[in-house]
Ligand binder design. Sequence first.
Ligand code: ZN
Length: 309
Amino acid sequence: MRLEGIHHVTCITGDAPGNVDFYVRVLGLRMVKKTVNQDDPGVYHLFYADERGSAGSDLTFFEYPGARRGRPGAGMVHSIAWRVGSEDALDFWAERLGAEGVATEREGRTLRFADPEGLDLELLVSEDPDPPLVAEAPDIPAELALQGFAGVRAYAADPDASAALLGDALGFEHQGDSTWQRRGSERGSFYVYDTPPPERGMQGAGTVHHVAWASPMDELEDWRPRVLAAGAQATPVIDRFYFRSVYFREPSGVLFELATLGPGFAVDEPAEQMGEGLALPPFLEPRRAEIERALTPLPESPRARSRGA
Ligand code: ZN
């Protein structure tokens, strides 16, 4: 049984228009799905990824309009890292982010910065063989673009408590200290624990809600009993329409999801137009007019604009 590294990372924004502007216009990701929170359809669930909406590149945000800033603490992911292809890419991003007024910090082969709501992000030059997952953006050369996730960093007071679940149940490889890696046949991601700050974490704008790991389509059902046997409270398999998921909290408190590699975001829209209109799962389609009226207007997709849509 394999997990192909990170499937997606889901975060919280209090400012959906600003969020779209930063991740699409500034970072050059493609909005691959504009939908609503299936458990709370009055607010958006926005998905940014590479050109094809691939697992491994998919950053998603629940919108809570006007939500207060949160702060990461023990049991939360506090930083998200993407791969880039070269140190030239780090130079490019330092300059591009600087021109947007975003402070960056270069340390060796990494560049750190934060999104407009304080979420810590990192680009790192990777030697890993993972195929690059790149979105097309008019003003970002493909060889300098973000290439999909390298991994995430979480805060844990007692990371040893997670060792059995990560290592024995989920097949993560322990690389020493608080560093883990989960690699499949094509992709892998790191999962690193840092010492938490003394203050309690607070979920809110600019924080990570959960991290999902990528399961082959026919293996998700087999992961669930392993997770249960390791003592975590796994949900039943939930059909998220674009993928199927199982959720549980790992012993350090971080909310994990295992999500299938398909069917993917082209299941309800042509691949070319993914993310342009509001996509609703079939059970919400009858409520479309009411849902659309309640949502925050977003900046128009550059793709839709270029086609005059
Ligand atoms: Zn998720």
